[in-house]
Design a protein around this ligand. Structure first.
Ligand SMILES: *[C@@H]1O[C@H](CO)[C@@H](O)[C@H](O)[C@H]1NC(C)=O
Ligand SMILES: *[C@@H]1O[C@H](CO)[C@@H](O)[C@H](O)[C@H]1NC(C)=O
Ligand SMILES: *[C@@H]1O[C@H](CO)[C@@H](O)[C@H](O)[C@H]1NC(C)=O
Ligand SMILES: *[C@@H]1O[C@H](CO)[C@@H](O)[C@H](O)[C@H]1NC(C)=O
Ligand SMILES: *[C@@H]1O[C@H](CO)[C@@H](O)[C@H](O)[C@H]1NC(C)=O
Ligand SMILES: *[C@@H]1O[C@H](CO)[C@@H](O)[C@H](O)[C@H]1NC(C)=O
Ligand SMILES: *[C@@H]1O[C@H](CO)[C@@H](O)[C@H](O)[C@H]1NC(C)=O
Ligand SMILES: *[C@@H]1O[C@H](CO)[C@@H](O)[C@H](O)[C@H]1NC(C)=O
Ligand SMILES: *[C@@H]1O[C@H](CO)[C@@H](O)[C@H](O)[C@H]1NC(C)=O
Length: 411
């Protein structure tokens, strides 16, 4: 088993307990922040974010943070009904989100940041079932199991097998210019065999880092891949995939239960985590292009996805998505136009954030792990050479000693 021995990070984690850091979490309103171009969501004081990743002792730094919380979207009990699946006649992907969900999924706030997909694929020899993505398969569900929140919810992505086709779901984040990232979600997968739940960074089929959960396999098995996993001549590239069978099949490792999933896409390596445990690492074909984040739930009847029985369904449940990232180029990605054609996505509005939002550098370093509330980064330390330890008018105690600062491989 791989163990993490992160000197700076463990000291950072210790600092608040020693009373060395002002770690009061941000009180900035996040109520409408999805609608505002704020890439430092829930953490306006932070000028950058540090994480520990893999076996390196030095921290990885990122400029931006986003947190999408699907856990408290209801204002009353039993607010959301499950939309009926599409019928055999509804095979164009034209359905919209249902009325119950429109307040959220049709809002500017959601649609600025996410795009629900409606592209389709035809049946082929290898993938014998036609597949059609539809918004009808993306909806909000009441979460009967969460006692922390008054009216708890999660986001559901569904795939349903009809007689003529497989009805699937996909949504992509509109931040298409991530260049290295730590992307996380709290999720579970339930339902019939023959579906694939995917959580991945995407530029093209050669620049993609994946977490894939296949419902035809045991519920402690996970696939972590840097694409391409198939060569031009059609052979499997074994170096692309790390298949992980977790030691137990109980709730601790079982993808039918809620877990924190994470991909760290770094310059020369991807690391994958399950509930904070490093479970896979791969330096093969690490994505090299500005990318977006995609979630999907699908099936095409092929041997890899499996052949779902007609009338069956499977669901991908998501409580939250977190993105910590750097960017390169415009928000719509390097070639929004080409990608639009390739993925039938609508042309993404190009939005470039003013340079000021990056801050002058990385004076106020925040952590995203080991915080009181996931999604709310906390100030870890104010770096030397920074703005004299002043953050938003507050003198912040230099909470990390010089020795630790020197250990940080931060340019
Ligand atoms: C967000 O909320 C603040 C405070 O209520 C308000 O001033 C601002 O106009 C809102 N922004 C958007 C984009 O709705
Ligand atoms: C963050 O900034 C706000 C003012 O914008 C301040 O009230 C708060 O104390 C700051 N938090 C930290 C941890 O510095
Ligand atoms: C990381 O730190 C540990 C403990 O201090 C040390 O044994 C190890 O060699 C270090 N690894 C690297 C890659 O520097
Ligand atoms: C993110 O960008 C910052 C600022 O340019 C850089 O120092 C840092 O190394 C980058 N992080 C990664 C993981 O590439
Ligand atoms: C697919 O979605 C795009 C963008 O939302 C929309 O313009 C288009 O009409 C949709 N196509 C179908 C077949 O519904
Ligand atoms: C969602 O928005 C679209 C486009 O504005 C609209 O056509 C549709 O009726 C809306 N759906 C609901 C359920 O309100
Ligand atoms: C599927 O095949 C039909 C008929 O050949 C064609 O018109 C359509 O464009 C194809 N769709 C896709 C997504 O390839
Ligand atoms: C990973 O698992 C899949 C599904 O069982 C299999 O097709 C593939 O060959 C495996 N890859 C590696 C590298 O073990
Ligand atoms: C796939 O499933 C369909 C519907 O359940 C069935 O008719 C078909 O024979 C299956 N195909 C394979 C290759 O198992």
């Amino acid at each position: 088993m791989l163990t993490l021995s992160l000197v700076p990070l463990s000291l950072l984690a210790l600092a608040p307990r020693l009373g060395l850091c002002d770690d009061s979490s941000d009180s900035d309103s996040s109520s409408n922040s999805t609608a505002t171009p704020n890439l430092k969501q829930n953490s306006n004081n932070c000028s950058c974010y540090a994480i520990g990743s893999g076996s390196s002792n030095s921290s990885e730094f990122f400029s931006y943070h986003r947190f999408y919380d699907f856990r408290s979207l209801a204002t009353s009990a039993d607010q959301f009904t499950t939309p009926d699946p599409v019928s055999d006649d509804e095979d164009q992907g034209t359905e919209g989100v249902v009325a119950d969900d429109a307040g959220y999924l049709n809002s500017t706030g959601f649609m600025d940041d996410w795009e629900i997909q409606n592209w389709s694929t035809n049946a082929s020899a290898d993938f014998p079932v036609r597949m059609v993505n539809t918004a009808r398969n993306i909806y909000i569900s009441d979460d009967t199991g969460n006692t922390d929140i008054e009216y708890p919810t999660y986001l559901t992505m569904r795939t349903v097998r009809l007689a003529d086709f497989s009805s699937a779901s996909e949504m992509q984040n509109n931040q298409q210019n991530m260049m290295h990232a730590s992307v996380r979600m709290r999720a579970r997968v339930v339902g019939a065999s023959g579906a694939v739940a995917g959580f991945f960074t995407y530029y093209d089929d050669d620049n993609e880092a994946d977490i894939e959960i296949l419902t035809q396999y045991p519920s402690n098995q996970y696939e972590y891949t840097n694409q391409p996993s198939v060569s031009k001549d059609g052979n499997e590239i074994t170096a692309a995939t790390v298949n992980v069978t977790m030691p137990s099949s109980d709730a601790a490792d079982d993808w039918t239960q809620w877990h924190d999933h994470r991909i760290d896409w770094l310059p020369h390596r991807c690391n994958w985590y399950l509930d904070g445990r490093l479970v896979a690492s791969n330096s093969y074909s690490v994505p090299r292009k500005p990318s977006g984040l995609v979630l999907n739930m699908w099936s095409n009847g092929g041997s890899w996805s499996g052949n779902m029985t007609e009338g069956d369904a499977a669901e991908f449940h998501v409580q939250w998505v977190q993105m910590v990232f750097n960017t390169s180029g415009p928000r719509g990605g390097p070639d929004a136009e080409t990608k639009k054609m390739r993925r039938s996505a609508r042309l993404l509005e190009e939005r470039e954030w003013p340079e000021e939002q990056l801050g002058p550098g990385c004076e106020t370093v925040c952590r995203v792990d080991g915080v009181k509330a996931v999604g709310y980064p906390e100030v870890a330390y104010v770096s030397m050479g920074g703005a004299a330890g002043l953050v938003a008018g507050h003198a912040v105690v230099w909470c990390v000693v010089a020795a630790v600062g020197a250990l940080l491989a931060w340019s």
